[in-house]
Design a protein around this ligand. Structure first.
Ligand code: MF3
Ligand code: CO
Length: 242
């Protein structure tokens, strides 16, 4: 259906392995994150753990991306490049996004973490973003339509006064990090191809406290909110089964 590859149970098991590695690396990075730690320190933590797990990075070299990890702080939406001169501060929110290949199969996931004590406003944004991903995942059953995922995300966050970033989307995942279909975080329900067992989708809502507009910085990667408002991001790779 529109080039969406269906994976077998054995292939889904391989994807699960890759994604468990991603989850392990994110756990280790999360444990290392804190006040005074630089985002480059976290890059090194991710590289070391990835090596221990005998897996390959998915982001490093992808369209020239220079790191294994994306570290996106506060108004950075996604694709923040780890930096030696960016130390985390009390009250920051940090999105860590990581992808890896194991035996040729790709895992991809992200989460947003509090650094020290964050404001109630920041905590509410992070929680709403996490919940919007859960709402999207709830749609991942055979017979739903692709558009139901985006509708569930958008409906959840807009009710709470947040906005959905439309510039970036989730994606199918398998032997490649990005496969068809695009998984939008917005749009009407009841549209698009029907979901069926064997589809594997990386769902990744990016939610802004303010407006939806995005600016890309001069490094060609760092995506920030145009109005400087906070942004949060969660991602999970989901296999649809019977
Ligand atoms: N999770 C993001 C994505 O699926 C991260 C990609 S970073 C990149 O697009 F450098 F690899 F592009
Ligand atoms: Co992704």
């Amino acid at each position: 259906m529109k080039g969406i590859e269906l994976k077998t149970a054995a292939q889904i098991a391989k994807l699960r392995e890759a994604n468990l590695i991603v989850s392990d690396v994110l756990d280790v990075v999360q444990a290392a994150a804190g006040i005074g730690v630089t985002t480059w320190d976290l890059e090194l933590v991710a590289r070391k753990r990835l090596k221990e797990l005998s897996a390959e990075p998915a982001f490093l070299g992808y369209r020239g991306y220079p790191a294994v990890l994306c570290t996106s702080v506060n108004s950075v939406i996604v694709h923040g490049i780890p930096r030696k001169d960016l130390a985390l501060k009390d009250g920051d929110i940090l999105s860590i996004d990581f992808g890896a290949f194991k035996d040729g199969w790709c895992g991809d996931s992200a989460r947003t973490l509090p650094i020290g004590t964050i404001s109630e406003k920041a905590a509410a944004l992070v929680e709403a973003t996490r919940m919007s991903l859960e709402k999207g995942i709830e749609q991942c059953v055979p017979g739903s339509r692709l558009g139901d995922i985006g509708w569930a995300v958008q409906n959840y966050v807009e009710k709470r006064g947040y906005s959905v970033v439309e510039q970036f989307a989730g994606h199918g995942i398998g032997r490649h990090m990005h496969e068809p279909p695009q998984v939008l975080n917005y749009g009407p329900a009841g549209r698009g191809p029907r979901l069926s067992a064997g589809m594997v989708l990386a769902i990744e809502p990016m939610i802004n406290a303010g407006g939806p507009d995005v600016v890309i910085e001069d490094d060609g990667w760092t995506a920030v909110t145009k109005d400087g408002s906070l942004s949060a991001h969660f991602e999970h790779s989901v296999a649809i089964t019977e």
